[in-house]
Write a protein that binds this ligand. Structure first.
Ligand SMILES: *[C@@H]1O[C@H](CO)[C@@H](O)[C@H](O)[C@H]1NC(C)=O
Ligand SMILES: *[C@@H]1O[C@H](CO)[C@@H](O)[C@H](O)[C@H]1NC(C)=O
Ligand SMILES: *[C@@H]1O[C@H](CO)[C@@H](O)[C@H](O)[C@H]1NC(C)=O
Ligand SMILES: *[C@@H]1O[C@H](CO)[C@@H](O)[C@H](O)[C@H]1NC(C)=O
Ligand SMILES: *[C@@H]1O[C@H](CO)[C@@H](O)[C@H](O)[C@H]1NC(C)=O
Ligand SMILES: *[C@@H]1O[C@H](CO)[C@@H](O)[C@H](O)[C@H]1NC(C)=O
Ligand SMILES: *[C@@H]1O[C@H](CO)[C@@H](O)[C@H](O)[C@H]1NC(C)=O
Ligand SMILES: *[C@@H]1O[C@H](CO)[C@@H](O)[C@H](O)[C@H]1NC(C)=O
Length: 655
C-alpha cells in the first residue's frame, strides 16, 4: 500500500512538472483515444504512455521507435500525426478510437494479425498520406471511404482476406505514388476510375482474382517504375499502350490468358532491369531491340509461344544475368556465342532447338532439357541420352536395362523409409538454371528461376530441424526442394507401363504456430503436372495437410510410353510473396516415389509420338486455356478430379 501511494505521488509530481514546462499540450481527445488504442492492443508494456504522448524527446517519437507515436506541435496544441505499430502481432479489430486521431498522416499497422473489417470511418482521416494495413487478417470489403483520403501518397492492403471488388472511389486518390494490393483477396474487374491514378510509380497487384482485360489505362501511368501483375485472372493481350511506360524498371506480368501479345511494345522501355512475362501467350519472334536494353538483368519469357531463332546479339549485353526462354517454340541452332559478359544462367529447355551445345564459360549454368541440342558437356552422357526421350520428335526411345521404380529424397541425403524404400540423395546445390542427374541414372531434376526480390535469401533447398507429424518418416520431410518458378523431376530409362507416383509434401517454410502471428498468414500455391497433364491446381500444402510440418502424400497414376516420366511443379503466380521472408513462394516437394503398377503393350509408334509431343508442348496451352474459362467452371473443375487421371487422396500414415 505504501509503495502504491508513493508511486501515485511520483506520477502526480511528474504531471505537475509536465504542466509547468513550456511544452504545448496535446489535444485531450487524442490523448484519451491514444490511451484506449494502446490498451486495446495490449501495448502498454511496450510504450509506457503515462505522460503526454507528444512530450518533447519522448522515447516513442524517433522514427526508429516501434511502437512509434509522433506529433505536430507547431500550433498552440499538439496533434498526433504518426502512429506505427509494425510487426508486433497485435490482434483483434481496428478500434473506433483510431478515427479520433484526425490529424494522422502516417499510419503503419503492417504485419500484424488484425481481423474484422476496415471501418468506413477510415474516411475521416483525411490528412492521411501513408497508410499501411498490409499483411494482416482483415476481412470484409475494402471500404469506398478510402477514396476520401485524397492526400494519400502510399497505400497498402496487401496480403489480407478481403472480399469483393476494388472500390472505384480509389480513383480519387490522385496523389497516390505507391499502391500495394497483392494477395488481398479481391476479385472482379479493375474499375475504369483507377485510370486517374496518374502519379503511380509502384503497383503491386499480383495474386488477386481480378477479371477482364488488362486495362489499357495502365499504359498512361507514365511515372510507373514497378508493375507486378502475376497470378490474376486477367486476360491479354498486354495493351500496346504499355509501350509508353518508358520509366519501367521492373515489369512482371504472368499467367495471362486471352489473346496473344507480341514483344513489340517493349521497344522504348529502355529503363527495364527486370522483365518477366511468363506464361502470357507471347507470340512472334524475340526482337533484336530486346538484346540491347542497357540495364536488363533478368529476362524471363518462358512458357510462351515465341517462335524463330534466339538472337545471337544477346552476347552484346553487358548487364544480362539471367535469361529464361524455356517452353516456347524457338528453333534453329543455339547460337554458339550468345553469352554476354554478365550472364549467370541460361535456360532454353523445351524448345525445338538443334545443334551442339557450344562450349561456354564454366561458371554458367545452362539447361537444354527437352531440346534436340546435343549436350556434349553434360557430365553424365547416359542420362543425357535418356533425357533426349523428352524431346518432341523422339519417337523410339529404347533402354537396355529398364528400371521400374525410383525414389528421391528431394533436397536431402539418402534415406531409407520405415517401409524399407531407399530414397536417393538429392542434396546437390542447384542454381538459377540447373539440371542434375542422379548417379544411378534413374532420374534427373531441373529447376529454373531466381528468387528475384531476395537473390541471396532463400535457397533452392528448404530445411527444418522440427519434427514432422502424421508420418513415420519425419526425416524424409525435413528437407525439400523449392523453386521460384519451375521444378521438374524426370524418371529415366523406365520400362513402359502404368506407374504410380507418390508425391510427399510438408510445409516447412511457412509456420502456423499456436500463437497468432503475421508469420502464420502465408499462402503457398502451385500446380502439379504429370506427363504434361495438370493433376493439381492451386495446391496449398499447409491447408491440405491441416497445418505446417505435417506430412501429406498425394498419389497419382500415369502411363510411361517413352521410357520417361515428367513430374512438373509449376508456380502460376499465386500465393503470398513475402511471408515470413521476402521471396517465400513457389513449388516445394519433400520426396518422390514412383513405381510400376503394370505393364502394357504399346500399340504403335504413332501413339508414342502423340504422348511425348504432349509432354513437350501441352503445358503452355493447358495453363493458358484454363485461365480463359470462367470462374464458375473454375470452381467446378477445381473440385472435380480430371476424368482421365485417377487421383487418390491418400491419408498420411499415422505415427
Ligand atoms: C531534447 O533533445 C535536444 C537535443 O537532442 C535537447 O537540446 C533538448 O534540450 C531536449 N529537450 C528536453 C525537454 O529534454
Ligand atoms: C477477431 O479475433 C478475436 C480473437 O483474437 C476474436 O475474438 C474476434 O471474434 C475476431 N473478430 C472477427 C470479426 O473475426
Ligand atoms: C471525408 O473527409 C471530409 C473532410 O475532408 C469529412 O468531413 C468527411 O466526413 C469524410 N467523409 C467520410 C465518408 O468519411
Ligand atoms: C470519388 O469517386 C466517386 C466514384 O468514382 C465519385 O462519384 C465521387 O464524386 C468522388 N468523390 C470526390 C470527393 O471526389
Ligand atoms: C518508340 O519511340 C519512337 C520514337 O518516339 C516511336 O516512333 C515508336 O512508335 C515508339 N514505339 C513504341 C512501340 O511505342
Ligand atoms: C529431330 O531431332 C533431330 C536431332 O536429333 C533434328 O535434326 C531434327 O530436325 C528434328 N526434327 C524435328 C521435326 O524437329
Ligand atoms: C485469420 O482469421 C481466420 C478466420 O477468419 C482464422 O481462422 C485464422 O486463424 C486467422 N489467422 C491467424 C494467423 O490468426
Ligand atoms: C493409360 O493408358 C491407357 C490405355 O493404354 C488408358 O486407358 C489410360 O487412360 C491411360 N492413363 C492415363 C493416366 O493417361
Amino acid at each position: 500500500m505504501g509503495f502504491l501511494s508513493f508511486a501515485l505521488f511520483m506520477l502526480l509530481l511528474l504531471c505537475v512538472l509536465e504542466f509547468v514546462s513550456a511544452q504545448p499540450k496535446t489535444e485531450p481527445l487524442e490523448v484519451d483515444a491514444m490511451n484506449k488504442i494502446i490498451d486495446h492492443w495490449n501495448l502498454r508494456r511496450k510504450v509506457n504512455l503515462n505522460i503526454d504522448p507528444c512530450i518533447q524527446n519522448a522515447s516513442w517519437a524517433p522514427e526508429t521507435a516501434n511502437p512509434r507515436i509522433a506529433c505536430d506541435c507547431s500550433a498552440t496544441v499538439c496533434h498526433i500525426t504518426h502512429l506505427k505499430i509494425y510487426a508486433l502481432d497485435i490482434y483483434g479489430e481496428i478500434p473506433q478510437e483510431l478515427f479520433l486521431l484526425t490529424e494522422l498522416m502516417d499510419l503503419n499497422l503492417d504485419q500484424n494479425v488484425l481481423n474484422g473489417s476496415i471501418p468506413p470511418a477510415i474516411g475521416q482521416l483525411s490528412k492521411m498520406q501513408y497508410l499501411g494495413l498490409g499483411i494482416n487478417n482483415l476481412t470484409g470489403p475494402v471500404p469506398a471511404e478510402l477514396g476520401n483520403l485524397t492526400k494519400m501518397i502510399s497505400l497498402s492492403f496487401s496480403s489480407n482476406n478481403f472480399k469483393g471488388t476494388l472500390p472505384p472511389e480509389l480513383g480519387n486518390l490522385t496523389s497516390l505514388q505507391q499502391l500495394y494490393i497483392d494477395s488481398s483477396g479481391l476479385t472482379g474487374p479493375i474499375p475504369q476510375e483507377l485510370s486517374n491514378l496518374k502519379s503511380l510509380q509502384t503497383l503491386w497487384a499480383s495474386d488477386n482474382g481480378f477479371t477482364g482485360k488488362i486495362p489499357d489505362f495502365l499504359g498512361t501511368f507514365t511515372q510507373l517504375k514497378v508493375l507486378r501483375l502475376e497470378g490474376t485472372n486477367l486476360e491479354g493481350p498486354i495493351p500496346s499502350s504499355f509501350g509508353s511506360l518508358t520509366k519501367l524498371e521492373d515489369l512482371r506480368i504472368g499467367d495471362v490468358g486471352g489473346s496473344d501479345t507480341s514483344l513489340d511494345f517493349l521497344e522504348n522501355l529502355t529503363s527495364l532491369s527486370i522483365l518477366s512475362l511468363r506464361n502470357c501467350r507471347i507470340s512472334g519472334q524475340i526482337p533484336e531491340h530486346l538484346t540491347t536494353l542497357p540495364n536488363l538483368k533478368i529476362l524471363d519469357l518462358s512458357f510462351n509461344k515465341l517462335t524463330g531463332p534466339i538472337p545471337a546479339s544477346f552476347r552484346n549485353s553487358a548487364s544480362l544475368q539471367y535469361l529464361y526462354l524455356g517452353s516456347n517454340n524457338l528453333n534453329g541452332d543455339l547460337p554458339t556465342d550468345i553469352i554476354g559478359s554478365a550472364l549467370i544462367a541460361l535456360d532454353v529447355s523445351f524448345n525445338p532447338l538443334t545443334g551442339n551445345i557450344p562450349t561456354y564459360r564454366k561458371d554458367i549454368s545452362v539447361n537444354v532439357v527437352g531440346t534436340s541440342i546435343n549436350d556434349v558437356n553434360l557430365d553424365n552422357e547416359k542420362a543425357s541420352q535418356m533425357l533426349h526421350c523428352l524431346q518432341g520428335n523422339n519417337t523410339n526411345c529404347r533402354t537396355k536395362n529398364p528400371s521400374t521404380s525410383f525414389s528421391v529424397n528431394c533436397g536431402g541425403v539418402e534415406k531409407v523409409s520405415a517401409d524399407g524404400i531407399k530414397y536417393d540423395d538429392d542434396s546437390e546445390m542447384m542454381g538459377a538454371a540447373s539440371l542434375y542427374t542422379s548417379t544411378n541414372n534413374q532420374w534427373a531434376v531441373s529447376s529454373y528461376g531466381i528468387f528475384i526480390s531476395n537473390p541471396s535469401g532463400p535457397r533452392y533447398i528448404a530445411q527444418t530441424d522440427s519434427q514432422i507429424t502424421n508420418t513415420l518418416d519425419s526425416e524424409l520431410y525435413k528437407t525439400a526442394r523449392v523453386s521460384p518458378n519451375s521444378l521438374r523431376y524426370y524418371g529415366l530409362g523406365l520400362e513402359n507401363g502404368v506407374y504410380r507416383i507418390e508425391l510427399h509434401f510438408a510445409e516447412i517454410q511457412m509456420d502456423d504456430d499456436s500463437t497468432p502471428s503475421w508469420k502464420g498468414l502465408a499462402r503457398r500455391l502451385f500446380d502439379v503436372y504429370i506427363q504434361g497433364e495438370r493433376v493439381i491446381e492451386d495446391f496449398n500444402i499447409l491447408n491440405e495437410a491441416g497445418g505446417s510440418k505435417k506430412a501429406l502424400i498425394k498419389t497419382f497414376e500415369a502411363n510411361v510410353t517413352n521410357t520417361v516420366i515428367d513430374i512438373h511443379l509449376f508456380w502460376a503466380g499465386k500465393g503470398t510473396c513475402c511471408i515470413p521472408l521476402q521471396s517465400t513462394y513457389g513449388p516445394l516437394v519433400s520426396a518422390i516415389h514412383v513405381s510400376q503398377v503394370s505393364e502394357f503393350k504399346v500399340s504403335s509408334s504413332e501413339s508414342d509420338r502423340k504422348r511425348v509431343g504432349r509432354i513437350a508442348g501441352i503445358v503452355i496451352g493447358c495453363v493458358a486455356v484454363f485461365v480463359v474459362i470462367g470462374s464458375v467452371v473454375y470452381l467446378w473443375r477445381a473440385k472435380k478430379e480430371p476424368a482421365h487421371m485417377r487421383v487418390h487422396n491418400e491419408s498420411p500414415r499415422k505415427d
